[in-house]
Design a protein around this ligand. Sequence first.
Ligand code: GLA
Length: 344
Amino acid sequence: MTTNAIAFAPGRANLIGEHTDYNQGLALPFAISEGVTVRATALGDGRIDAIAVDVGEQDSFEIGRPGRAGGWRAFVRGAAGELGQAGVELRGASLEITGTVPRGAGLSSSAALEVSVVLALLAVSDASPPDQIELAKLCSRIENDWVGAQTGLLDQISSLCGERDRALRIDFRSLDVRPVSLELGDFSLVTVDSGEKHMHAGSGYNERRAECARACSELRVDSLREVTLADADGLPPVLRRRVRHVITENERVDAAVAALERADMIELGGLLDASHASLRDCYAVSTPAVEQTVRRCKGAGALGARIMGGGFGGHVIALLPPDAGPLAGAVEVRPGDGARVSAR
Ligand code: GLA
């Protein structure tokens, strides 16, 4: 019987392919080295006791009756609730949670939290995890049904399937995940904080999702993957712009894969810029603070820079050449391994 386990799940950066996951489109994210660690110890009494060390808070609930709560507690209770729903016989456990991903910054601290808690609970319950895609779906239900953010599968698949030195080309229609070498030579990818925090559940994220659903119902399709630019012509202007972003962003993902294969950094940078312009002008998820951050990146010589993640604040990702000028607050991001569990 496993009595102690340590689960780690990374956050993620997304090179390109934003707001495409819930539209059955394409994206090219990678796991980063920062993440959430859960130290779990089995307890005999049918309860989960959790401590969020970084914020100095605790929670405690009965396994079979997690009940609702807000903030980080929703993720822990949701993890127990969804695992129970999936038929896993959970054991009582104490969980000590620590993290290194900045929260609300577009680096997916949420997925790192839910994936690490789920893996820790499975480990101390001696339950074998389902395959990674099923696990990603279970984790996204925590976010959808317990936290109230209608996010897609981008973050969970990135956290679970990440590979060192590789990005993942994810096709959200087939759920096929293909590693793509992300060797940048002397070039580097950095993230820069816009200083503006975002909260998915409270932001326009759910509204964007609803707009895409409305476009689908007007076009009588199941997803925007089935739609061409010409099809969108008859939609009201706002919906037409949203659809334009999604279709062109999918194209940019495959163009970015091709650019990486040719090691064409100029082309890759241009695609990041085009993605940003589309996210700002068609998808309307940028803010003045983000625009200023993008300008700072370009001013330092970035070949391309774009808002990353759900939007409405958070981080910008930029591709820097070897001779880039100083860029205050830039943090290099490199593709790292996906989530893992070890015995303590
Ligand atoms: C957030 C969501 C993801 C994805 C991105 C936008 O990170 O959690 O599912 O929709 O926004 O690409």
